[in-house]
Design a protein around this ligand. Structure first.
Ligand SMILES: C[S@@+](CC[C@H](N)C(=O)[O-])C[C@H]1O[C@@H](n2cnc3c(N)ncnc32)[C@H](O)[C@@H]1O
Length: 353
């Protein structure tokens, strides 16, 4: 099977070093074959990568290019779940098989539709037959809920655990999918925000979860991140990640309600991250209290409708003005990912006066 993928290309003589850097950053797409052509290696990647991101993680000064092209699958004709389960499930059931998975460290998370729940172990085993590098295959049970934004999982196949070490952009993150919120789909967002941070900034991450923003920032920049979460398990995992990574900056992990913490401490922040899309709007007064003039707010929310960008801009401007502050500039509005049909998790980067 072939498929168009993003790639990083480099002269063959530097190829092994760059391949290892991409692999350490969790960016190499191991499902596709590396192409060697006219003295150049084309390395398939899981997302589009900029050469600068790789240079930051490698002492290598070789010239790198990026682009898209067709790569061959490592396992020729690697079978799909549908092919493996043909004959064991009815055609109607085959049509319901999950097509997307969350891959977190060596744990794969599947979402099995209710109509297939009686086949869930069979599906888990079939998934493992195809993707043998995952030690544990879990199925989501129910929706994300509660203040900690967590859910439960059923073991479908393999080792009975929910904890793993996940790598994104070279950051090693301790994750326990059942004990604290983590989404592998936010990797680009974590990296994007870290790249915007300037040296010696004070950053407050009000809802840090297991701390991916904090780790990305402190690995890349000499900055101080105060990382707050109400879930003690999330902060324990962040503490573990702090010891797993070489940090340039510093992280202060705090188990607390962000509202209480801000009230009790005299914080002054250059940047505030509010990635709690279902609840962040209630904490805007706290963010306004700690943000310096000309400070940056990264505000996340769920938006639908015909023009989610306009609705997001209108909402964040109104919320900030209600606190007696003003929006100097909206520097970015992005759809981070789909959250429901016709609804997105959005981010607004806003400079506040
Ligand atoms: C969407 S998750 C965080 C995601 C995280 N920023 C990331 O990128 O992985 C929202 C987090 O907010 C935390 N939370 C909810 N209410 C809170 C509060 N009042 N104070 C601090 N943290 C809170 C939850 O425990 C959860 O970890």
């Amino acid at each position: 099977m072939s498929s168009e993928r993003s790639y990083v290309s480099v002269a063959v003589r530097y190829g092994e070093r760059i391949r290892k850097t991409l692999s350490d950053m969790g960016l190499l797409d191991g499902d596709y074959k590396v192409i060697s052509e006219d003295g150049t290696l084309f390395l398939p990647t899981v997302v589009e990568v900029s050469p600068n991101q790789i240079r930051q993680n490698s002492s290598d000064k070789s010239s790198l290019k990026t682009g898209k092209r067709v790569f061959e699958s490592v396992v020729q004709g690697r079978r799909t779940l549908t092919e493996v389960l043909e004959g064991r499930l009815t055609p109607a059931e085959l049509a319901l098989l999950p097509r997307a998975f969350d891959l977190i460290g060596d744990i794969a998370v599947l979402e099995i539709p209710d109509a297939l729940s009686h086949h869930s172990r069979l599906i888990g085993r079939a998934f493992h037959d195809i993707h043998r590098n995952f030690k544990t295959v879990l199925a989501k049970r129910g929706a994300i809920s509660g203040v900690t934004r967590t859910r439960q999982y059923d073991l479908l196949y393999g080792e009975d655990r929910t904890k793993t070490i996940h790598t994104e952009y070279g950051c090693r993150l301790a994750v326990d999918v059942e004990k604290a919120y983590f989404s592998p789909r936010l990797l680009e967002e974590h990296n994007r925000v870290a790249q915007l941070v300037e040296q010696d900034e004070v950053v407050v991450d009000m809802f840090c979860g297991v701390g991916p923003f904090a780790i990305h920032i402190a690995r890349q920049k000499h900055a101080k991140v105060i990382a707050i979460d109400i879930n003690p398990s999330a902060i324990d995992l962040l503490k573990e990640s702090i010891s797993l990574n070489k940090l340039i900056g510093s992280i202060v992990p705090v188990t607390a309600d962000a509202h209480d913490y801000v009230k009790r401490h005299r914080l002054k922040a250059d940047r505030v991250i509010m990635n709690h899309p279902s609840g962040a709007s209630e904490f805007i007064p706290d963010a306004c209290r700690i943000l310096k003039s000309n400070g940056t707010l990264h505000y996340y929310d769920f938006m639908g409708g015909p023009s989610p960008e306009a609705t997001m801009t209108e909402k964040i401007t109104r919320l900030i003005e209600q606190e007696g502050r003003s929006v100097k500039q909206v520097t970015a509005i992005r759809r981070v990912r789909d959250s429901a049909p016709y609804e997105y998790q959005m981010v607004a980067d806003v400079i506040i006066d």
